[in-house]
Design a protein around this ligand. Sequence first.
Ligand SMILES: Cc1cc2nc3c(=O)[nH]c(=O)nc-3n(C[C@H](O)[C@H](O)[C@H](O)COP(=O)(O)OP(=O)(O)OC[C@H]3O[C@@H](n4cnc5c(N)ncnc54)[C@H](O)[C@@H]3O)c2cc1C
Length: 285
Amino acid sequence: MSVAKFSTTCHSPMPSRSSTRQPASKLLWGAGTMGLESTSRTLHSVHPMRSTPLAQANVVDIVQETADTKTFVLQPDAPWQDRPCAKAGQHVQLRLEIDGQPATRSYSLTNCPGARQLALTVQRRPGGLVSQHLHQHTRVGDVLSISQPEGEFVLPLQWPDKILLLSVGIGITAVMAMLRDLQQHNYPGDLAFFHVCRHPAEMIFSKDLCDIEANMPTLSLIKHFTHQSGPLTPQALRFELPDLAHRSSWMCGPTDLLEAVQGLWRDQAIATPLQVESFATARPS
Ligand SMILES: Cc1cc2nc3c(=O)[nH]c(=O)nc-3n(C[C@H](O)[C@H](O)[C@H](O)COP(=O)(O)OP(=O)(O)OC[C@H]3O[C@@H](n4cnc5c(N)ncnc54)[C@H](O)[C@@H]3O)c2cc1C
């Protein structure tokens, strides 16, 4: 997929389930020990139709990113576009009807904020109801129902001097829009984008990342392939990024790694902010 595929007319530098399965999102901002102690855990377990009315979005393109990942490019209707621009890192709730039953899941927006077209990048989960349906049955020309953008996993209004965006596997979707946003607005600071996956063939947005790296001198792109280097640990992260403690960090990945990194922040009394998000879902009952 190429960034140019979307109408990337970002106009603001930053500003800007129907199941009861519970994805957990954790926010840590202004961390340090006190911040960590007072971390609040936000469960997105409320009724999926709770927020603003749904908008309709036409599927205008479908891009196979990796063997099990597709990007759905959407053209939303006018009411959606009239709303304030989504912030990089936010997600929408996608509502489908599958076999007559409503089903709602959250998906991060992977397009640059302000683009006229939206992009949702979905990994097919074995046995997963919605992701399987999207991969197998959704076609260009279909119309999907989406919520307004939501979520607190976003960059601050004033961008810090040193940033780390870290993702594991499909967690890359939550930080990809941030990277596009920072590139689009010529972020002058020091940006490290650290991605972890099993194998180069499983690297989502591989070409986009290469293109962005080639055009963004302030970006350090670090790839960690677990089939070669083993699982990422906080120690390995510190080794790769000796200045980790000075980076305001946004991370999206599995809960155990996020908790380990939060532990590092706490144990080392790191004062820079750490914000984390997990797509983890509770096993359906
Ligand atoms: C804020 C947020 C943003 C997100 N962004 C993205 C994104 O950008 N891209 C993305 O791909 N995902 C994202 N997700 C995850 C997404 O919302 C869905 O949870 C994911 O697509 C799986 O949904 P599903 O309907 O396919 O799987 P589900 O049917 O909900 O099943 C979830 C898992 O449980 C397993 N399972 C199902 N039934 C059983 C059973 N009976 N026993 C045991 N296990 C079972 C399935 O195999 C599957 O792995 C995000 C989640 C959140 C909270």
